[in-house]
Write a new protein. Structure first.
Length: 395
């Protein structure tokens, strides 16, 4: 036990703290509840680098920031100097508590922690979601995913996991979005907008980006509900409009296009819009891919395609593969990824396309003969996305 340490000693303690493999830090007993009632800090692995995620609680609001080692030292010291009187620190092999008296005397108590397991951040995402259970987030509470104290509603846990998985995909493409101006995002077929609100919260609140998000859906009642919720949450740069994807024209330049579970050809119209706008990032989770199921004819595959359910699933997979290939020919680096675990639904593959550096969409390349054309000819299919992109090229 060390009694009567000065703030210089406390600063030195915080400076050395990251070397102890931090598990969690909690600062409490605030002197001014209007500034913050509590702060929590935990390590996270971002882009292969350990940083420290700060969660600050102020009334019903929660604020996040990601800090490096030096910023962590400054932030913790500043908090203890002016705001909090108590700190609890858990590290691998170490427990510490900090008390500051009303007269400013500092007491640091440390003890060894019996840890059989060392801290492992190699699977950080599977253990520590971007949005944490136990930490209330305004939109999750309003949408019924969390209780007001931050617990996940049991029936909504899959949705909680899905939102976090989606945010991980966005985290991976952050450096592809502009950092020097407003990021313009359109979310086609937004529906009840769990993921739209999650995207907005992550980019605006957690990452501090200047964004403008538009959610589009056909259903008037859905748009009305989402608009009311955005207003209630003071998400001032998030708006919702009613309309059809194929007719949407209310944008000239869009940086990211999202299309999650837009049914059948609606996904193709969303992808065509994204290419036309030259969007830097496209995230699409197609649904109900019926188009090619009615077209596909292949004598060589007839013994397989005679089974209806097999033909349906093969047609869906081929549809998405051709979409990805057509995006590649339009100047995008494209991947097809699992959105959530396949046991939840077989229709959760994500097409993630990032505009290739220094390239404009090369629509003229699509008229050149090649493997993709031979594949479509072999299967006797003519996907609408090819038609949409060819028509755009002709104009």
């Amino acid at each position: 036990m060390d009694e009567g340490n000065s703030m210089d000693n406390l600063r030195e303690f915080f400076r050395q703290l990251p070397d102890q493999n931090i598990i969690q830090i909690t600062l409490s007993h605030t002197r001014d509840v209007t500034q913050a009632s509590k702060v929590k800090v935990r390590p996270v692995l971002l882009k292969g680098r350990i940083c420290y995620q700060e969660t600050l609680y102020r009334g019903t609001q929660v604020f996040h920031a990601n800090l490096d080692k030096e910023e962590l030292e400054e932030r913790l010291t500043g908090y203890m100097e002016r705001l909090f009187r108590q700190g609890q620190i858990s590290c691998v092999g170490l427990e510490a508590s900090i008390l500051i008296s009303k007269k400013g005397a500092v007491s640091i108590k440390t003890k060894k922690r019996d840890n059989r397991k060392s801290l492992d951040l190699s699977h950080d995402r599977s253990k520590h979601y971007i949005l944490q259970e136990g930490e209330p987030v305004d939109f999750l509470v309003s949408l019924g995913v969390q209780t007001p104290d931050g617990r996940i509603v049991k029936a909504k846990y899959d949705k909680f996991r899905q939102i976090n998985r989606y945010l991980e995909f966005i985290e991976d493409i952050l450096d592809k979005l502009p950092a020097d101006r407003t990021i313009r995002i359109v979310d086609f077929g937004c529906g009840k907008s769990y993921l739209t609100f999650g995207m907005y919260y992550y980019l605006s609140q957690l990452q501090g980006r200047d964004i403008q998000v538009t959610g589009l859906d056909l259903k008037e009642d859905v748009i009305r509900h989402c608009s009311e919720l955005a207003k209630k949450l003071h998400y001032d740069s998030l708006c919702f409009v009613q309309g059809d994807i194929s007719n949407f024209q209310d944008a000239e330049k869009v940086d990211m296009v999202v299309s999650l579970h837009a049914c059948d050809k609606a996904t193709d119209y969303a992808l065509e819009k994204a290419v036309k706008w030259g969007a830097s990032v496209i995230l699409a989770v197609p649904c109900c891919q019926h188009e090619l199921n009615g077209q596909i004819q292949c004598e060589e595959l007839a013994p397989i395609l005679k089974y209806g359910v097999i033909k349906e699933r093969m047609a869906a997979l081929i549809t998405d593969a051709l979409r990805a290939d057509l995006l590649e020919k339009s100047g995008y680096d494209t991947q097809i990824l699992e959105f959530i675990d396949m046991e939840h639904t077989p229709k959760n593959l994500m097409i993630r396309a990032v505009k290739s550096a220094g390239m404009r969409p090369k629509r003229s390349h699509m008229s050149s003969p090649g493997a993709l054309d031979h594949t479509m000819e072999f299967l006797h299919v003519d996907p609408i996305l090819k038609e949409l992109l060819y028509e755009e090229n002709d104009h």
